[in-house]
Design a protein around this ligand. Structure first.
Ligand code: PGA
Ligand code: ZN
Length: 431
């Protein structure tokens, strides 16, 4: 028996930022070190992503997690007790083997992810290190470029506008803290502009302002106006990052924009996005086409990938096979990394390795349903991913993550580096 062997695992049901049930796991090691993980939950679900186990039925809209929690306390605990928490890969592989399905649907990816995160935290605690340092060693010295949501949209805001998120990113800032300062001023300015236009305004699921607009373009214009109102220069100092999440309103080469009723095919969608890129200071676009539109992704990347970062979220589902296939086609140049798309941290890490090998940039991302769990920040720093997206500049579950990154930057002190604009994905061909 070793000091870092798993002695006890406790699963429980807790609640996420939308008030929905989710899975929490605590892992205790023989040496007394403990770690905790909480599974997040998204709404822009990729077909290829791991599957959270939900109870179904009437209670909590069918979103109960009692079976997933039972699996943590039963089968998963039994299979992992006595195993060394320092060997994350073996632990994650064991959970996969135990589950027996590709998408972890039997045990529940929410169950396995909560345990996987808890094991990592317990191991780091046993080593007496913060998680980012445990994961990345002394090389983990780079704070990611944040993407901060100014307006929500899509499925995060009742489809009020089609685009799921209008975000800002501050590559010209000199540090993570300064990038957050600028984002805070822009967020505040955007709120004031909305108040002037429509009166008091609430926030969407991810903490961005509620999109009280008649068109997608109005949201983009208002964000540019907010950058200026904050005393910053759109394009030079601050750029827009759009999460279009096109699978939310398109499939089979057909897109229907709910706000203005426009119907577009894949080429029409590419033209629309290209116009936005021409008219607004956009540095990054995520899922500009539906996840089944690989040819559209390749065409758009050929045209625009030298100018902007083209991010595959639902399109790539963070899957190494899909990343490699997309890279062969020249489709997208960056990948979103959401640990719950995989169900274990080892697979998220493998996805990042596959992305890097393919020349893609990476963005570690939280989900729309979140909690006080700040693990994603440590993954971004520990693995040197370069970009981080955890929602807007409001709501505790979002601020917890921004604040954790500030703590890490402070702890690194003079050796802290900031990824800045070098973190963006760019295709070799200039568009
Ligand atoms: P989700 O959205 O967590 O609701 O899937 C986040 C994203 O698409 O980036
Ligand atoms: Zn997305």
């Amino acid at each position: 028996m070793s000091e870092t062997d798993i002695a006890y695992i406790q699963g429980r049901r807790v609640w996420d930022s939308r008030g929905c049930p989710t899975v929490e796991a605590d892992v205790l090691l023989e040496c007394g070190a403990v770690g905790r993980g909480i599974a997040p939950a998204g709404v822009s679900l990729a077909a290829a992503e791991a599957v959270a186990l939900r109870d179904g039925g009437k209670a909590f809209g069918g979103l109960g997690v009692s079976q997933a929690v039972e699996h943590v306390n039963g089968e998963i605990a039994q299979a992992l007790l006595g195993h060394d928490a320092l060997d994350q890969e073996t632990i994650d592989r064991r959970m996969h083997a135990l589950d027996g399905t590709p998408g972890l649907s039997r045990l529940g990816a929410n169950a396995t992810l909560a345990v996987s995160i808890a094991v990592a935290h317990a191991a780091a605690a046993a080593e007496g290190e913060p998680l980012y340092r445990y994961l990345g060693g002394a090389e983990a010295d780079t704070l990611p470029l944040p993407q901060v949501q100014i307006f929500g949209g899509g499925a995060h805001a009742g489809q009020r506008i089609d685009v799921q998120g209008v975000l800002v990113t501050c590559p010209a800032a000199r540090s993570f803290a300064e990038a957050l300062d600028w984002s805070a001023e822009i967020y505040r300015a955007a709120g004031a502009l909305m108040e002037e236009r429509t009166g008091p305004v609430g926030v969407a699921d991810g903490g961005g302002w509620w999109p009280e607009f008649d068109s997608n373009e109005q949201a983009l214009e208002t964000t540019v106006a907010a950058i200026e109102k904050a005393g910053l220069k759109p394009g030079d100092e601050v750029s827009l990052a759009l999460d279009i999440a096109a699978s939310g309103f398109g499939a089979n080469g057909h897109y229907r924009l709910a706000r203005d009723g426009r119907e577009l095919d894949s080429d029409g969608m590419i033209r629309l996005v290209s116009e936005w890129i021409a008219h607004y200071p956009i540095a990054s676009i995520e899922d500009p086409l539906a996840s089944d539109d690989a040819a559209g992704f390749a065409a758009l990347t050929r045209e625009m990938g030298g100018r902007v970062q083209v991010v595959g979220d639902d399109f790539l589902a963070g899957t190494p096979d899909r990343i490699r296939a997309a890279a062969r086609d020249g489709a997208a140049n960056a990948v979103l990394l959401k640990p719950d798309q995989h169900g274990t941290l080892s697979e998220t890490r493998a996805a990042w390795q596959a992305a890097r090998a393919a020349g893609y940039a990476g963005i570690v991302s939280a989900r729309s349903g979140e909690s006080e769990d700040v693990t994603v920040v440590h993954l971004a720093v520990g693995w040197g991913v370069g970009q981080l997206k955890v929602g807007g500049f409001a709501r505790g579950e979002r601020m917890a993550k921004w604040n954790e990154a500030l703590r890490i930057e402070g702890a690194l002190g003079p050796v802290a580096r900031f990824a800045g604009g070098g973190a963006f994905g760019r295709s070799p061909a200039r568009g």
